[in-house]
Design a protein around this ligand. Sequence first.
Ligand SMILES: Cc1cc2nc3c(=O)[nH]c(=O)nc-3n(C[C@H](O)[C@H](O)[C@H](O)COP(=O)(O)OP(=O)(O)OC[C@H]3O[C@@H](n4cnc5c(N)ncnc54)[C@H](O)[C@@H]3O)c2cc1C
Length: 413
Amino acid sequence: MRPSRPRVAIVGYGTAGQACAILLSRDGWGVDVFEQSETTGPVGAGFLLQPVGLQVLWDMGLLDAALAHGRRIERLHGETSRGRAVMDMRYAQLDPRLFGLGMQRGALFALLDRAWSGVGAIRLGHRIVAISEDGRHVRDGEGRSHGPYDLVVAADGSASRLRAVVGRARLDAPYPWGALWCLVPEGRWPHRTELRQRYRAARRMIGMLPVGTRPDDEVPRISFFWSQRRDDHARWLADGMEAWRGEVASLWPEIAEHLAGIVDPGQLARAGYRDAVLDDWRRGRLVLVGDAAHAMSPQLGQGVNMALLDAFVLRAALRTHARIDDALAAYQRERQRHVRVYQFWSRWLTPLFQSDRDVVARLRDLAFLPLGRLPGSRGQMLHVLGGTRLGAFGRLRLSSAFLDGLGLRTRLG
Ligand SMILES: Cc1cc2nc3c(=O)[nH]c(=O)nc-3n(C[C@H](O)[C@H](O)[C@H](O)COP(=O)(O)OP(=O)(O)OC[C@H]3O[C@@H](n4cnc5c(N)ncnc54)[C@H](O)[C@@H]3O)c2cc1C
């Protein structure tokens, strides 16, 4: 049973760890956060928050602060390097009140950081490497033991070390493709409410996602994404920036001015992704959240949203069930139902956009747009995009109060 002031150790201070820290603190848990980095802060450029993620922020009372910095995204548009449309989806086709939100990683990080009153209690430079047999203590890389805790939340990301403590993964492998990404000034970019992508077969993919501002920087920016095979990075470096610029300009001349400030390869962060599928997300008092539980390719733009939902559902389960074991079982059941279909689709869709398979890319160019226009499949695709697909045919319902709130904010502009 739960003590009157239960204690939780949260391992990792990314989105999943931050959201758990806020929500569990608000419910009276004593929270200790362990973060391996010496400083807190996000890595990478920007991301797209989907309606499901926005609903969690709304429930946390943070939606307006997110909207104040992010860019409202109404449309996803992908085309070939010759300008032929491959994908064209609008959230409003699902519900006129819906939209996505492009955000800088730094903006969401700062928002969540400010919302947690216990920030001073983060133990930086603490890499957690093991959990005690009874699951109540965590051990850091220097051999120090911390605890006891009533619950240990592993939010240590896609390369999670604690995943292996829970059990054998059904699948845990890196993708052969990754990306280079960075923030560039928005300037006079004409597509401020759209995620725009350009493809040459599946070998090249460029993304331009407007992500607005962040608290310490008022310049609106775009998250620039350049797909790259992981084993092609050394060649890319050796060829030099001029060769790369030439290639970008031949694929998408309109973006060249936005990339003018990128003069050094070090300005582009390198991202790799993993696929991790586990039958169990918990063992004793240890539970996985975020990418630690379900790493996947970012092709469907869902990871941050899933991390927020994990924290939300975990908190709800801990409220409902007196026994922590029952709460963790309920959390796993509910979240796996939602996540599995996204893991499935991201695994199947990624090679359509990041691979050497030219025939597959040609089929994508022929089939994607017509499919997205058929009334039945358009709704299915939009639900996958918005994060509301549940199982093969079900739907995760968004609260009507949240939808009305979004609609009101849309009308107010
Ligand atoms: C190129 C790219 C584009 C993406 N685009 C989108 C998008 O548009 N929309 C979207 O929703 N998602 C997107 N994602 C996915 C999203 O970034 C991740 O799913 C999300 O950040 C996962 O959050 P997390 O908190 O689980 O993990 P992380 O953010 O990785 O946080 C893990 C934290 O744990 C710490 N840590 C790790 N190991 C230890 C340890 N042993 N001890 C202590 N601390 C530790 C790390 O330092 C880190 O701070 C994208 C990802 C990539 C790579």
